[in-house]
Design a protein around this ligand. Structure first.
Ligand SMILES: [Zn+2]
Length: 140
C-alpha cells in the first residue's frame, strides 16, 4: 500500500513528543497492522493516524475543504480515494479489536494543545480496555 505522505513529517514528530510522558511503547508504521498506522500501541490496542488535512480531505478545516482551482476533478478523485481507503482501514482495524485514533494535522498548528490530544488518546485506550473487559466477562 503506497503512503500518500512521507514518514517522519513534522506533525508526527510533535505527536511523538506529546506522548512521551505516557511512557507507552509503540511502533511506527508496523507492516503487519492494516494501514500501517503512524503509531501503533500494541499494549492498549490503539492505532494512531496523523492525517494531512489536504490529502485526507479533512471536512472541518479550510485546508481540507479547499481544492486547487486547476485540475479540481483530479484532486477530488484523488482525495476521495484516500478517504475511502481510510474508512476501509479503520473498519479492518476495528474488526481486529484495535481502536482507531485519527489526529488531523491542523490540530498541531496551535489550535489544540498536544496535552488534549494526549488525553484523547488515553480516553480511546480506556474504551478499548473496558470493551476488552466486557468481552472477557461475556465469555467467562
Ligand atoms: Zn484539518
Amino acid at each position: 500500500m503506497r503512503s500518500v505522505k512521507s514518514t517522519n513529517t513534522k506533525p508526527e514528530e510533535r505527536f511523538a513528543a506529546a506522548i512521551e510522558p505516557l511512557a507507552l511503547e509503540f511502533t511506527r508504521n508496523p507492516a503487519d497492522i492494516p494501514g500501517k498506522p503512524d503509531f501503533y500501541f500494541a499494549s492498549i490496542g490503539v492505532a494512531v493516524f496523523i492525517h494531512g488535512c489536504f490529502w485526507h480531505g479533512h471536512d472541518k478545516c479550510r485546508r481540507g475543504v479547499v481544492r486547487p482551482k486547476a485540475n479540481a476533478e483530479f484532486w477530488n478523485a484523488k482525495i476521495e480515494k484516500n478517504r475511502r481507503r481510510d474508512r476501509r482501514v479503520a473498519r479492518l482495524l476495528r474488526n481486529q479489536g484495535i481502536a482507531v485514533y485519527t489526529v488531523w494535522e491542523c490540530r498541531f498548528r496551535g489550535k489544540v494543545p498536544p496535552k488534549r490530544v494526549l488525553n484523547e488518546l488515553i480516553d480511546r485506550s480506556r474504551s478499548v480496555l473496558s470493551r476488552a473487559e466486557s468481552i472477557r466477562a461475556e465469555t467467562s
